[in-house]
Design a protein around this ligand. Structure first.
Ligand code: SF4
Length: 412
């Protein structure tokens, strides 16, 4: 099977900094957007030359294998079958940050650059958006540009939680934004919720899930709150203080319980749980994100964007201004460049594969990598962490909320 390429575009700008977040995103003047977008478009158009000059093996190994060998034969170093993905794209994901802050013309320019550079139909084009940034004219322009999926960072329907987390939107913005998108013709909407925001209670969590189900988005992601140590909330947790509601952060057990409540509520509302953090109405699983878990190739553009060729992983430098200046001078600031060993490819295969609720086919992996995994799985199966069905192994449904523990056990 030939994998089509996914394109990720990173837009590292936000209106403000959420209290729990320490991502490499900046709150900058909007005059900084245009030069950044120009650099991203140049990186897209000149990616082959830029990657070659940066020493990344894009366009050298994989294509040759695909053309010269039996493409059904896997590459042992990567577990990938021969790929012929260099020029054929079917998904684009514009993430951030808050990419919906950009002018719609900027988004159009980025998608034009993708269409001019790659072949294929852009079947799924996702834009991450915050509800307060949605307006009728913008949404119509997004749809005209080919954006057919909007992923909303809602996090909660409770204003008290949104305020404490430093989010810009309020519950009312969600109810204003969704009809605007529907009116513009966006038929695929995803909502993100966070379990464990400060001040969240079991009741407010159930209320958020209920309001979400009533709005009937096609896709839902539920994340457990992760507090970066360098964020304002993280520092308050470590050093004390009352400004960011550190004392009102639910415990890990409460978060795990919230996850289980979400599993039940979303299942009852007709959502199919297909990945640890993701649920979808039938046929609305994120095609782009599935590529990450299936180890299919993707190219990331923009500051801090990650890429995977099937044999190598790399990332661009994070600083947006330095990234833009480098690309405009004809150089790609690549860092974290890693050529995968067979061992690291196998580990990825297990951890990324097990994130999917369908599980992994251990027999296929053993054949592909020439290894025996039976012992490893027997141990965690007898501890009740995974279920086995013939050659298939999947996380036990009641262990999904503690999946990290399962992964640690698997590594031992
Ligand atoms: S909008 Fe997202 S990226 Fe920006 S500060 Fe908030 S959590 Fe971080």
């Amino acid at each position: 099977m030939i994998s089509k390429l996914g394109i990720y575009v990173q837009v590292p700008f936000c209106q403000t900094k959420c209290t729990y977040c320490n991502f490499h995103t900046g709150v900058v003047a909007s005059s900084r957007f245009a030069p950044y977008v120009e650099a991203v478009c140049r990186e897209i158009r000149e990616h082959r030359e830029l990657l070659k000059a940066a020493g990344v093996g894009w366009g050298s190994g994989i294509d040759e294998k695909a053309h010269s060998q039996d493409s059904s034969r896997p590459d042992l170093a990567t577990g990938q079958r021969g790929l012929c993905h260099e020029d054929v794209v079917d998904t684009v994901y514009i993430g951030g940050g808050t990419p919906s802050l950009l002018d719609s013309g900027h988004l159009q320019n980025i998608l034009d650059a993708v269409r001019e550079t790659f072949a294929g139909n852009l079947e799924e084009v996702t834009l991450e958006a915050d509800p307060e940034t949605v307006a009728a004219e913008k949404a119509a322009a997004w749809a005209r540009a080919g954006i057919n999926r909007v992923s909303f960072g809602l996090q909660s329907f409770a204003d008290k939680e949104l305020i404490a987390a430093g989010r810009m939107h309020r519950r009312a913005d969600i109810y204003r934004a969704v009809p605007i998108l529907r009116e513009a013709g966006v038929g695929n909407i995803s909502f993100d919720l966070i379990a464990g925001l400060p001040h969240q209670t079991k009741e407010s969590w159930r209320q958020s899930l209920g309001e979400l189900a009533a709005l009937a988005p096609e896709h839902v992601s539920v994340y457990l709150l992760e507090i970066d140590e360098g964020s304002r909330l993280g520092k308050e947790l470590l050093q004390g203080g009352g400004r960011y509601s550190a004392g009102a952060v639910p415990s890990e057990d409460e978060m795990a319980e919230s996850y289980e409540i979400a599993q039940e509520a979303l299942g009852a509302a007709g959502y199919h749980h297909y990945e640890i953090s993701n649920w979808a109405k039938p046929g609305f699983e994120s095609r782009h994100n599935l590529k990450y878990w299936r180890r299919e190739p993707y190219l990331g553009f923009g500051a801090g964007a990650h890429s995977f060729s099937g044999t190598e992983r790399w990332a661009n430098a994070h600083d947006a201004a330095a990234y833009a200046a480098a690309v405009q001078s004809g150089r790609l600031p690549v860092e974290q460049h890693e050529k995968l060993t067979t061992e690291s490819a196998l580990e990825e295969e297990l951890f990324l594969g097990l994130r999917q609720l369908d599980g992994i086919d251990v027999g296929r992996i053993e054949r592909q990598y020439g290894v025996t995994l039976g012992g490893r799985f027997e141990r965690i199966a007898s501890a009740g962490l995974v279920e086995r069905e013939g050659s298939l192994v999947r996380l036990a449904p009641e262990k999904l909320s503690v999946s990290n523990e399962v992964f640690v056990e698997l590594l031992r």
